[in-house]
Every structure is written in C-alpha cells, then in structure tokens.
Write a protein that binds this ligand. Sequence first.
Ligand code: ADP
Ligand code: MG
Length: 251
Amino acid sequence: MNKETGAQQPVIAVKHLKKIFGENEVLKDINEEVYDGQVICLIGPSGAGKSTFLRCLNLLDKPSAGQVFFEGDELTALDDQHLDQLRQQMGMVFQSFNLFPHKNVLENLKLAPMKVKGTSEQEATQLANKLLKQVGLADKAEAFPDNLSGGQQQRVAIARALAMNPKVMLFDEPTSALDPEMVGEVLKVMQDLATAGMTMVVVTHEMGFAKNVADQVWFMADGYIQESNTPQEFFAHPKTARAQDFLSKIL
Ligand code: ADP
Ligand code: MG
C-alpha cells in the first residue's frame, strides 16, 4: 500500500531528513515511508549512515533538518514528554544485546512494562512468559544474561522490546555480533515476527534474510537512499553503479 493508492497513511514517514555531525554530512536528504506490516531491509556499506538513520527514526539522534512522522504525528515537533510516549511504540534491538546483567531474564522483560506503562506485576509476568515462549526461551525465565549464549541473549532482547507492545520494531544489525551458528535462531524469530504482521525496519548484512523476508530493500550510500525496490528487483537488477559495486563485493 502506498500514498498513491490513498488508502492508508504510513506508519513512519521521513521527509528531507538530514543529519550532520560537525562537518560530516551523514544523511543528506532522506525521503521514505514505511507502511503497516511492511518489512524494510536497510543495507549499504559500513559508515553509510544506517545506524544514524535508524536512531533518527525515534529521535535517539536528533535530525539536523527535516521531519519524521509516526502515524501522522510529527516527532520532530514534539516536546520530550510526548516524544517519550511515541517512542515506546518503536521497539529497538541493537547489535549488542544491552540486557540488564544483574536481572534475570524474566525481570529484564517485566521492567519497562511495569515502570513505564504501569502494568501490574502479574500481567507483566504473564506477558513476559508468553513472549519467552514465542522466542523459544520458555525455560530460561530465571537465567541471568551471562549464562545465556549470544543468540539466546538477542532473543531475550527482542522479547524485551516486544513487551512494550510496539507498533514498529527497529533492528540494527541484530546478528552481527553473533557466532555464525547462532545467527539462524535470531533470524527465525524475526521472520516469525514478520509473518505475524509486525512492521519492521532492519539494518542487516544478511542478504538471505533481505531476499526472503523484506518487502522493500533500501540501499543507502553517500547520504542518500540510492535505491528502494523489492528484493527480487534490487538483487537481480541493481540500477545504480554504487549498488552494483556493493553487491559485487558481498554476494
Ligand atoms: P553505518 O551504521 O551505516 O555503519 P553510522 O550511522 O554508524 O553508519 O555512521 C555514519 C557516519 O556518522 C560515520 O562517519 C560515523 O563516524 C558518523 N557518526 C555516527 N554517530 C556519530 C556521533 N555520535 N558523532 C559523530 N559522528 C558520528
Ligand atoms: Mg551501523
């Protein structure tokens, strides 16, 4: 679904987004939309600005210019209090899992719903157990992060983000820090989420995942989204020399 069909407003819309660090113009002019249920895979060379872009979507990084909209609300125009409320609707998962090391898995999952949303302990526990089951870790509720493998920790991190019942999940290279044999179990959880209809923006170097799961691939380089296309079209017929060069190096 897109704007031309007129049926639906995008969940996320970005208009003339620019991000400058000092003299370094990282994002020059980004204009994109994400629709309900879409899975976007954002790919591109290291240093292209993919993480910066993702952080600009929930204003963890403040755009230097341009606008970010979430379900029609302009995030770039909100005060901190209203921004926090909308931010809760965007779950984020990073390369490093960032679990609370002194809390067990269940506590990691219960913390934000209880603290931020005022969910009762009983309800938070129920939800946490349901989510642990969903990511295949029902038996790890009492475990501490240090005693889990990287793949298990990342699945806990995904469950923890889901515990806030977000409308969108943002993933920044969620499998890049994992040993190869653990990549699959995390991608599987993400694929299941996609199948269940979650709207997702995924920065990844996993081209198999992009091919199989993405609705759209965005290729970012030199401060712009150079190409935005279906994975079938993008991987078979990259249009720009920049994308052809990138793909020739990684495929
Ligand atoms: P990618 O995720 O595509 O590898 P990043 O978004 O991490 O790229 O970084 C893009 C560019 O922005 C890099 O040149 C990086 O050094 C710079 N950058 C990122 N974050 C900051 C920051 N907080 N301060 C200064 N420069 C930054
Ligand atoms: Mg990055």
